[in-house]
Design a protein around this ligand. Structure first.
Ligand SMILES: Cc1cc2ncn([C@H]3O[C@H](COP(=O)(O)O)[C@@H](O)[C@H]3O)c2cc1C
Ligand SMILES: O=C(O)c1cccnc1
Length: 351
């Protein structure tokens, strides 16, 4: 059973602030619409934040890490021990997201929601009930209780960000094997062929991708995940702790009226699960980038999402969201700081 809070409604954005932001954009000293998506982002954030002055300066990053039993099937180009080794790299400041967060002045919290680590890793919050999921080619990855635990862990992590007074929140993930879990979840949720979703992850070649797709096909059949399967059953059968924690954290963020900037393939699959569990959270999700991972475009389409950038990134860790954040900050700076035609004594458009 999923926790009760998962289905609580998220508020709608402020339509009056949206209208005011659109009216302001029409008065700024530029041809109407000339700042394209930057205008849209500022207006959207104004509506979500219910403010005349949207901003993204306070944007904490929460990175959830978990391990995957399915990694035993050789579906990743890297060994499972990398997940825990990377925990130390996040805490030590050398991982890509650590560099980006530092540069962007974003607080970074790393949460171990289910890695293989048996000891506490300094600088990492441990909130876990089990070390790694079960191999979903031979067993259910998670029990229903473990799914519920992961949802709650996501919400707990979100609640810890309140001190930062977030204007938006960013979620990231780390977990060797998690593109296989994410692809299996997406194939089940979208009722599409795994071969259309499966990508190279950390660097599989064509043979590796074919094997990865075959592992997923067999698992979906084994677990009886047909098109009408319940989301909670899909997550238990082939899910991962960090993916479920992100889905829970997204719903919890939306319930607090905190916009979420969604990262790449894996985070987008968590977003898809979150939206299927609670459709009212969709409006709180902004999409940062299109990953090079094969299935991302399909998942974005299913969410009706149009990400801001496409830089062929395929890292995860929230690195794409962090990379897009300066664009959102600039969109807000323009919205808040540009002069109007009247203020600058510039002639407006001819009728
Ligand atoms: C050193 C290293 C750092 C990473 N940071 C993120 N990922 C990314 O790769 C993993 C998913 O790919 P797959 O499903 O192929 O294992 C996840 O941990 C993801 O966050 C990394 C992977 C590696 C090797
Ligand atoms: O887009 C992602 O999130 C991604 C792609 C490949 C490997 N890890 C993450």
């Amino acid at each position: 059973m999923l926790p009760d809070w998962i289905s609580l409604d998220c508020a709608a954005p402020s339509e009056s602030h949206r209208q005011a932001a659109m009216a302001r954009q029409a008065q700024l000293t530029k041809p109407l619409g000339a700042l394209g998506r930057l205008e849209e982002v500022a207006v959207e954030l104004a509506a979500l934040q219910a403010t005349d002055y949207p901003g993204a300066d306070r944007a904490p990053v929460v990175l959830f890490a978990g391990d995957h039993g399915i990694a035993a099937q050789g579906v990743s180009a890297y060994p499972p021990e990398v997940t825990v080794q990377m925990l130390r790299n996040f805490a030590g400041g050398g991982a890509a997201i650590a560099v980006l967060a530092r540069h962007l002045n974003c607080p970074l919290e790393v949460v171990d929601v289910g890695t293989l680590a048996s000891d506490a890793v300094p600088g990492v919050v441990a909130d876990k009930t089990r070390r790694g999921t079960r191999d979903f080619s031979v067993a259910q990855a998670l029990t229903p209780e473990e799914v519920a635990f992961a949802c709650d862990a996501g919400r707990r992590a979100l609640a810890r960000q309140a001190d930062h007074q977030p204007q938006l929140v960013i979620f990231g993930e780390m977990g060797i094997g998690n593109t296989t879990s994410a692809a299996a979840i997406a194939a089940a949720l979208l009722s599409c062929a795994p071969v259309d979703i499966v990508g190279s992850g950390t660097g599989l070649d064509a043979d590796g991708r074919a094997k990865k797709a075959a592992v997923i096909v067999a698992a979906l059949a084994r677990h009886g995940l047909t098109s009408d399967a319940a989301v909670a059953d899909i997550l238990a059968a082939v899910g991962g702790f960090e993916i479920i924690a992100m889905a829970g954290a997204m719903i919890a963020a939306a319930q607090r009226r905190w916009p979420v900037l969604v990262d790449g393939f894996i985070v987008s699959v968590a977003a898809l699960a979150a939206v299927r569990l609670n459709p009212s959270c969709r409006t709180w999700l902004l999409f940062s980038h299109r990953s090079a991972e094969r299935g991302h475009a399909l998942v974005l389409d299913a969410l009706g999402a149009h990400p801001l950038i496409d830089l062929d990134l395929r890292l995860g860790e929230a690195s794409g969201a962090a990379t897009a954040l300066p664009i959102i900050r600039l969109a807000c700076a323009l919205h808040n700081g540009m002069a109007t035609f009247a203020e600058a004594a510039v002639s407006g458009r001819d009728a």
